[in-house]
Design a protein around this ligand. Sequence first.
Ligand code: ADP
Ligand code: MG
Length: 292
Amino acid sequence: SVPLSFFGGIGGASRAGVLVKGSNYLEVLAKTQAVAFDKTGTLTDGSFDVVAVHPASGIEPERLLEMAAYAESFSDHPIAVSVKRAYSGAIDEQRIESVIEQSGHGVKAVVDKHVMLVGNDKLMGSEGIDFNDCHLTGTILHVSLDGSYAGHIVIADIVKPNAAEAIAALHKEGVKQTIMLTGDRQDVAASVADQLDIDEFYAQLLPQDKVEQVERLLAQVHNADGHDAKLAFVGDGINDAPVLTRADIGIAMGAMGSDAAIEAADVVLMDDDPASIAKAIRIAKKTMGIVW
Ligand code: ADP
Ligand code: MG
């Protein structure tokens, strides 16, 4: 049977905005020594702004935004949301014939019989589009129209106001290692890791690369501390579901997070506040202290 104090622990966590799906996860939380994070939507706001629009010659900036907004119209990826917000016109869905979203790459859409690609370097590369490799810091969204490069849109990734505090609080709770795993570019990842004082980061990862990284980290963490140290993964997106399941404990953002992530997670942060992770660990440790 489950000791009564476990329920106290779960209740205490829920009052702190942390939903723990089972008392066994309190024990895992208490033993968490390494925390790996997804970036977009987890450490950053996920509702970022378009900061620049750079069309290729002969294309109006508003036309470039329109193409991107149309191609992204059925996506709820944070990048798609920011593009649609920046586009001032209405979207006539009748004009959209088909859309394919390719995780970690972007979208391919047919609009008014034109083939549009909207996504990152990987997407352009895999579709054989010659693109300008711009050396800007920011999340870059390349756009192509019928096989020709049409320009790029720069969107700023803003870290959550208390994300740095959240990382510091984890170290205070005895977490030895913080890691960021992201599909975004190296320079964006480096800038976020630097601002937040994250120990390690890995960029330009596809969803399956994130799984591999988590498996490597699991082996590392388990070997380091007599098999009693645990690895947590924190994420928000559809793509994060496999890693949330794979980690010793999966933590999802509850408010803005995808249903798939919330479903796959063991712990849900109701307020999307990364600072709640350290709170949850503290409550878990207290509860375990009482139980033992
Ligand atoms: P993260 O790991 O930062 O949460 P994702 O794995 O969701 O990011 O996406 C990784 C990268 O794939 C993004 O930075 C972007 O370049 C590209 N991407 C994914 N989905 C889209 C989309 N709907 N539109 C444009 N680009 C996308
Ligand atoms: Mg994400």
